[in-house]
Write a protein that binds this ligand. Structure first.
Ligand SMILES: CCCCCCCC(=O)SCCNC(=O)CCNC(=O)[C@H](O)C(C)(C)COP(=O)(O)OP(=O)(O)OC[C@H]1O[C@@H](n2cnc3c(N)ncnc32)[C@H](O)[C@@H]1OP(=O)(O)O
Length: 224
């Protein structure tokens, strides 16, 4: 494969594209804690066997919390600037469904630089990510891989959009168990960035994916 990498000199600042940016460090600790609680609540509600009285009371309490918080919202498209423990800076959407720090529907996935190259992250998916009994939904495994592969391209200075994603499911992926996600760039050709990655449980590959990311075409960067 032709290796024709043309990473951007500097990651584009979303503000230059008219998007708002929230530095992750400025997200209030109370919001992070609330997001964790809501994530747990979604799992609790999905599995509850509580009776009508308790359900009605819980619904009132949740509706009151919803009313209290509804007023002041970030715009759709608001970005978060995340600085990973290894110093890498990444921009993503604040509510990204896989990694968004304020999205209770996100596991969330956090990728760090792997010693062997590429990126590595760990995640546990609770029972709200269920497909077959006790197992992670295949669409969610694709989402995890898509995000991880996109991050791997971004980490090499080639942020872009997924043009194609192929996933092979090799073994069942358990819920409520630590999963390791790995991803790396395998080559580039003009603006095409080829990436591959795996989901593992206890060292065994449960799903693997390859994707074609098309690098952002930025004005003046000679990207094509
Ligand atoms: C850190 C952030 C992580 C984010 C991870 C999350 C990733 C996502 O979920 S992204 C969302 C899902 N993806 C999308 O919505 C993308 C929708 N598609 C598009 O917008 C466009 O088709 C896009 C941007 C991919 C490509 O369009 P464009 O920039 O005009 O590129 P284009 O000139 O058509 O193609 C560039 C090259 O890629 C090739 N290509 C484009 N699409 C494909 C495809 N589906 N299959 C194979 N090759 C393709 C072209 O043939 C061309 O190749 P070559 O250099 O050899 O001529």
């Amino acid at each position: 494969m032709t290796v024709d990498a043309k990473p951007v000199a500097e990651l584009p600042d979303p503000r230059d594209f008219g998007l708002s940016v929230v530095p992750e460090g400025e997200i209030p600790a109370e919001l992070a804690s609330l997001v964790d609680e809501v994530r747990s609540l979604v799992d609790t509600v999905a599995h509850t066997k509580a009776g009508s009285r308790e359900l009605a009371a819980a619904r009132e309490a949740v509706a009151a919390a919803n009313d209290r918080l509804k007023g002041d919202r970030h715009d759709i498209g608001t970005m978060v600037q995340q600085v990973w423990p290894d110093g890498r800076v990444e921009y993503g959407t604040l509510t990204n469904v896989v990694s968004g720090p304020t999205n209770a529907a996100a596991p969330p996935l956090r990728m760090e630089t792997a010693p062997e190259g590429g990126l590595r992250g760990e995640v546990v998916l609770n029972g709200t990510y269920q497909g077959p009994p006790g197992l992670v939904h295949g669409g969610w495994l694709a989402a995890l891989l898509d995000q991880a592969l996109g991050s791997a391209a971004g980490a090499e200075g080639m942020p872009g959009l997924t043009a194609n994603l192929d996933v092979n499911y090799r073994n069942p992926t358990p819920l409520n168990a630590p999963l390791e996600i790995t991803a790396r760039v395998s080559g580039t050709e003009r603006r095409k960035v080829f990436v591959s990655g795996e989901v593992r449980h206890n060292g065994q590959v449960t799903a693997e994916g390859t994707a074609l990311m098309v690098r952002m075409n930025l004005p003046g960067d000679g990207g094509a």
